[in-house]
Design a binder for this molecule. Sequence first.
Ligand code: NAD
Length: 426
Amino acid sequence: MAQDAQAPVMTGDDKPFESMMRRFDIAADILELDPGIYEYLKTPEKQVIISIPIAMDDGSIQVFKGYRVIHSTVRGPSKGGIRVTNIVNLNEVTALAAWMTWKCAVVNIPFGGAKGGIKCDPSRLTETQYEKIIRRYTANLSEIFGPDKDVPAPDVNTGEREMGWLMDTYSMHVRRTETAVVTGKPVIMGGSLGRREATGRGVMIVTLAAMRKLNLDPKQSTVVVQGFGNVGSAAAGLLQAQGCKIIGISDVTGAYYNKKGIDISDAMAFAAKNKRTLAGYTHAEKITNAELLELECDVLIPAALEDQIKPHNAKNINAKIICEGANGPTSALADPILQEKGIMVIPDILANAGGVTVSYFEWVQDRMGFFWTEKEVNERLERIMLESFEAVYNTAMVHKQPLRIGAYVLGIDRVAQVLKLRGIYA
Ligand code: NAD
């Protein structure tokens, strides 16, 4: 079917779930999904909303709101991070949970999809208050979580420390130390070597694979990275090590451009001493984040937030490849504009799947009680990312679609096939 015939009516910007469904609908149409299977796959299995009452340091009580959405357990236990922001909501968490289902299926790991959220601004809390919130959230969801049921992980504003608190709280409830209940833990308590930079490494691997398809030489290529956190800084550093010239980087404090190239280890060392930000970085010219996205380059890596590339700026993007390190950085309405411009977009559910892949390795190692070397982790990650890139690329070619739709078709088909084999229990 021609792309035009499938293109949904474009009217204004979407909420995250609607944005996910626009792509889902195109893929469902290509797969000629049975209406019942369509309904089954779009509907989350479980949406839990909890209250998190906390005694604050001054003795007052505050009640926070927490979410856990299990989108699918068709292919295995559900997997997905916990996001803590003061704007997180059920629509966002549900979309992110569904994205996890398709992402795990695209890289063919035996997990379904989930996501969690806690509505609060952690920068306004003391460490003690934050720890209480994470522990009470875990306690209230202790019947949902479990190594064979639902396995959380870090996301925005949660990291190794919070995963450690979660593992301890869950373990206290089940009366045994259960490391495999959560991934993204500190290495010393059952985390995996290579997890910290896994998402950036995956971004680097699929970017190089895309360059090979377009006959671009990494040593002659320029790269721009939006976001200098876990994903962006690792991807920038690893691509630089492959010979790419990183001409632009950015974070919440602004963007930094140097046409001769930015030394990423120097920028990382600067950020490490500067409250993890690039504010005041002088080895590059300061520009705005909006200007950064429109710089002429071979590869643009949005690795910060969702909805950065929208119809108004998509038409000005000057890259040959966009590799989506972030989740949902391109709005569904911008997809056709990028496609028209001939930009190869490596979609988030493939591009940033290195993180969940090494989370899967962490879960496997915890369950075996036997840990791999960093070399083993990286080699296995590379194999999975390259196989997944080829599978997405081939699916897209067969259906004459962009890579994003190729990834959705591949992921949704894998879940639908298992669902049909399992059947509907009644
Ligand atoms: P992080 O918090 O470590 O870093 C985020 C970066 O984005 C920071 O440098 C921050 O300053 C910057 N930023 C924030 N607002 C910005 C703005 N308006 N303009 C430019 N930069 C801005 O987060 P992360 O773990 O690197 O995650 C980044 C994205 O990647 C998120 O969408 C996340 O969901 C996604 N992701 C992360 C992982 C992972 O393993 N960490 C895995 C898959 C997907």
